[in-house]
Write a protein that binds this ligand. Structure first.
Ligand SMILES: Cc1cc2nc3c(=O)[nH]c(=O)nc-3n(C[C@H](O)[C@H](O)[C@H](O)COP(=O)(O)O)c2cc1C
Length: 346
C-alpha cells in the first residue's frame, strides 16, 4: 500500500470533519507564497490554493508557483490548480505536480478572461460539456491524490449547470468548488447561491461555496443557504485577512473582533515588506501594492482609495495610510460600494 503524504492526509481530515472549513481562493498575481504566509499570520485559511499553472503542449510548471508550494510555511495543505484543455499536457503536468508536497490537484473551469475562455480553457470549457467529461475522466485516472474542480455555474446561462453537474458527479471528485456566477456575468451581482445548494444536494463529494463572501455573518448565511461544507474566500481576504478568524468566532457563537485603523495600517506595512520587491524602483513597488489596495481600499471610508491610486512614491503611499489609518476605531472592512448583497433564501 502506498503511504499517504501529510498534506493529503491533512486535506482529507479537513474535508471529513463536521465543522465548516475555510479556504483561500486562487488569485493570479495575488495568492503567492508570501501572501499565504501573511494571511496565515492573521488566523488564516484551512486550505490554500495556488495561482493556476498554465498547461499547454509545451508547458512546464511555472517555477514561481512550484517554489510557493515547496516553501509553504503555513503548515496547511496546498491545492495546485491547473488551467488548460490539452488532455495529454494536463495528464503530464498532473504527474509532475504529484511529486510536489501538495494535497490535491484542481482544474480551473471558471476563468472569465477573454484571452483564456476564447481558447476554450477555464470558463470557456463550460460551453463544451463532452470535452469536460473527457478531461475529467483522463485526469481522474492519472491523479492518485485528491482531485478537485473549481467551476462557475455555466458559461452564459444558469440552466447549463443542470447538464454540468451530472458530469462532475461521475468522476469521483474529492471536492467541487462552485463560484455561483456564469462566465458571462464576470464579477457582477447577484451570486446564485441556490445553484450551490443544487450541487450540495446531488454531488457525492463536499461542495465549497464561493462568491462575494465579505463578512462573518454573511458567511454563515451563505453556508446555510448553499448547504455547503466549506467556503472559499477571494477578494474579501485581500481586503481583510482577519475575515477567516472572524468567521470562526462567529460560527462559535463568540463576538467578532475587528481590527483598528492601526491594525489595518500594520497589515499594509506587512504587505509592503512582503510584496513590494526591494530591488524594484519605488514607483513599481507602489504599483504592486495597488493590486492589493484596490480591494482593501473598498473597505476604507473617504478618499483613501482615490488617493492611493495616484501615489507614485513610498513617502506618498505611506503618508496616505497615516492620514486615514492612524486611529484606534474598529474597521469592519466590508465593501462600501457597490452595496453588499443580502443572501436570498432558496
Ligand atoms: C485578481 C483575481 C485573480 C484570480 N485568479 C484566479 C485563478 O488563478 N484561478 C481561479 O480559479 N480563480 C481565480 N480568480 C477567481 C477567484 O478565485 C474567485 O472565484 C472569485 O474572486 C470570487 O470569489 P470572491 O468573491 O470571494 O472574490 C481570481 C479572482 C481575482 C479577483
Amino acid at each position: 500500500m502506498t503511504a499517504v503524504s501529510p498534506p493529503v492526509e491533512a486535506f482529507r481530515a479537513i474535508l471529513a470533519r463536521p465543522a465548516p472549513f475555510l479556504t483561500l481562493a486562487p488569485m493570479q498575481e495575488i495568492t503567492d507564497g508570501a501572501f499565504w504566509s501573511l494571511v496565515h499570520g492573521y488566523g488564516g485559511a484551512d486550505i490554500y490554493w495556488t495561482e493556476y499553472f498554465r498547461v499547454h503542449a509545451d508547458s512546464t510548471p511555472e517555477r514561481k508557483i512550484v517554489e510557493a508550494i515547496t516553501r509553504n510555511s503555513t503548515g496547511r495543505p496546498v491545492v495546485a490548480q491547473m488551467i488548460g484543455n490539452d488532455i495529454t499536457a494536463l495528464v503530464r503536468t498532473a504527474r509532475v505536480l504529484q511529486t510536489l508536497p501538495i494535497a490535491a490537484i484542481d482544474l480551473n473551469l471558471g476563468c472569465p478572461a477573454p484571452i483564456v475562455y476564447r481558447k476554450c480553457a477555464g470558463g470557456g470549457l463550460l460551453r463544451e460539456p463532452a470535452r469536460i467529461d473527457a478531461i475529467l475522466g483522463a485526469l481522474r485516472e492519472a491523479i492518485a491524490i485528491p482531485f478537485t474542480v473549481k467551476t462557475r455555474v455555466g458559461f452564459a446561462a444558469l440552466e447549463e449547470f443542470d447538464t454540468l453537474l451530472p458530469i462532475f458527479a461521475r468522476h469521483s471528485l474529492d471536492a467541487l468548488t462552485v463560484h455561483a456566477r456564469t462566465v458571462a456575468q464576470l464579477y457582477r451581482l447577484p451570486v446564485h447561491y441556490e445553484r450551490i445548494r443544487q450541487a450540495s444536494e446531488c454531488m457525492p463529494c463536499p461542495v465549497i461555496a464561493n462568491g462575494h463572501v465579505y463578512s462573518a455573518a454573511q458567511a454563515e448565511d451563505v453556508l446555510r443557504v448553499a448547504a455547503a461544507r466549506g467556503l472559499m474566500i477571494g477578494r474579501a481576504a485581500i481586503r481583510s485577512p482577519w475575515l477567516f478568524a472572524q468567521i470562526r468566532q462567529h460560527l462559535a457563537g463568540q463576538p467578532v473582533t475587528y481590527p483598528t485603523g492601526r491594525d489595518v495600517w500594520g497589515y499594509i506595512r506587512a504587505l509592503w515588506d512582503s510584496q513590494a520587491a526591494f530591488d524594484k524602483p519605488e514607483k513599481a513597488r507602489c504599483e504592486r501594492m495597488k493590486k492589493f489596495l484596490n480591494y482593501l481600499g473598498e473597505g476604507v471610508p473617504g478618499q483613501f482609495l482615490h488617493r492611493i491610486r495616484r501615489a507614485q512614491t513610498a513617502a506618498e503611499f505611506h503618508g496616505i495610510c497615516a492620514d486615514f489609518l492612524d486611529h484606534d476605531r474598529p474597521m469592519p472592512l466590508e465593501p462600501l460600494a457597490p452595496e453588499p448583497l443580502a443572501v436570498t433564501p432558496p
